[in-house]
Design a protein around this ligand. Sequence first.
Ligand code: BGC
Length: 739
Amino acid sequence: MAEQTAHNKNLKAWGNDQDMKKFVDDLMGKMTLEEKIGQTVLVASYWNVTGPVSGIDYVQDARDGKIGAFLNAQTYDFIYRLQKAVVEHSRLGIPMMFGFDAIHGYKTTFPTPLAMSTSWDLEAVKSAARITAKEAAADGLNWTYAPMVDIARDPRWGRVVEGAGEDPYLGAKIAKAQVEGFQGDELSDVGTVAACVKHFAAYGAVQAGRDYNTTEVPERALRDTYLPPFKAAVDAGVATIMTAFNDLNGVPCTGNKFLLSDVLKKEWGFKGFVVTDYTSIYEMTKHGNVKDKKEAGEVAMNAGVDMDMQSDIYKNSLLKSVKEGKVPESEIDDACRRILNMKYRLGLFQDPYRYCSKKRAKKVLQNPEHFKTARSVADKSIVLLKNDQHILPLKKEVQSVALIGPLADDQLDQLGSWYTAGRKETVTTIYKGLQNKHLKATINMAKGCDFEKNDEQGFAEAIAAAKKSDVVLLAMGERQDMGGEAASRLNIEIPAIQRKLIKEVLKLNKPTVLLLHNCRPLVITWEAENIPAILDVWHLGSEAGNAIADVLFGDYNPSGKLTTTFPRYAGQVPLFYNHKNTGRPYNPEDHFTTRYQDGTNAPLFPFGYGLSYTTFKYSHLKIDKNTLADGQTLNVSVDVTNTGNYDGHEVVQLYVRDLVGSVTRPVKELKGFQKIFLKKGETKTVHLSIKPQDLAFCRLDYSWGYEAGDFKLFVGTNSQDVLETSFKLTDTKAAPYNF
Ligand code: BGC
């Protein structure tokens, strides 16, 4: 047994930083420079490849102290063997970290992150991350590459599906909930994993919505819009952070000293470690800011990148760079220390095999409770977009239902993008979900067509199914792989063949419901004009079919609200609610204003939008003072009444507008929300609040703070339908940096 593991047995309790420091000092005292560099190397095992895998013998390299962590290895027994090979045969026996993309579930698959964000339910989001961590940590893993917190405002970008939408405030709240879910109270608890917030930074701003493309985001927009979710994750104690593929204002994020050292490590005091995205150190040679791989490694390390994912550049050339004086040894020491600290905090020095237990894996990976939670999260992630003539909920006495479309009985696509360890066998399809309701109704199912293939052979069967049914359900939209990495799209409408089938079905004039499956906000203007009811069901994971059936038959009253604006025309993108006013604000009647010649600026569905089977009335918006000063809280109250025929949830949303700033300010900004439950006929007074620091932004001089002046305050059911009042923020001291 290697020297270090024997020593580890004497370790005492976890979580004491002094102990950690002493332990890591001691260990680093024994390490050669090569071994320290070895800790900064992350290599892909062959399990789940998202890019090129190097042809090296990684086990031998790990034994030689040249690798610090693996990604994409899976299963407790495989990881056990790999860990053992390293711990028992390397000189110092330093255990490996094992990372994996457990994004929205591990064996139990939850709705896609974008879908979950529409629940506006932070506890639900947290519980999904908690279960994901528990399952991953029972299967040998101790590190997940999640949450993805990139603010995304261009639906052409495939990775919209991985995040929480367009809004920095909501994005920050969700990022915090996810980090807390993955990491639990203590990283050393065996059911938790180290989280990795990604992709730092502004990846969502890729030009033209094309993946991997350039970003140009001025520092103010960066701080106001793109950084808040990262800052929230860092404040929540996120263990690691991943750089982004894109270049930002001319500097690739993986070699970006401003982002990684100045902002992240110095300004925010980030204590964890920075890992690159897949081969992104190497990709600097393509970006063209370095002449070769060696220089790429130097730029990355000097910028603050602690771990190299899969470029093999730290492994192959960093030693030479240090010897030539291109990289100070202190940078290597800092990176190595950050990584060893994390291994210590994960409890790996105490027991390198603690994440690998057959017994735990068996118990945790098949826990039916996890599926129950997945169903409840999926229920909450469905957004009712349209419901003419109260077609929904369907009556349980309905005699016959036609279920048509490529997603009618599809397991794989319900898993959603980045399902990684998820298995389609766990998925309840819509067909099965309807059957599980044990209704008397006959279900006439017909696929009708494929997702994109221009083939109408199945139309006749689908139309026949619709003809003999009282109600028609159209399970249509996108395949899971139409979103995610490298899945940008020029066409953001429902594929033509599916729309053609919809047109045929609509000719029958049956009550028809579109079950829209999507990775992004699609342009569904035609569908919204022609189909009487639309439920946005995204890709809901293992329990998709059950959740959809719950909502269709009113066992769950839909409560989701959009976290991305749905454009009316593709030509409007990027379209988001918290835009600036401009010097010629939109006025459709006035030619020389910020508008299009051939259509409106208005979205099809605004941010925050989502219907319920019941209706809510807002009244009596009140604030407890007209002026707000430093140290004070503005208390806001509003009465919400359930005026319809069903009990239901409502997300009460609070927005502000800073009327005059030293720089231009958005026309509306979300600053608070509360999800409430109201029985039919019930009224509740909802209390929300605003503090001066909630009004902070990146000011003219680039300091973070708020400014005295007049504000509008809005409360309502979405970003457009609101009640309005106003208040004044009186003279203020400079606010602390506080997102
Ligand atoms: C993606 C990351 C992911 C990594 C590891 C990359 O291609 O951009 O989001 O975590 O692969 O699988």
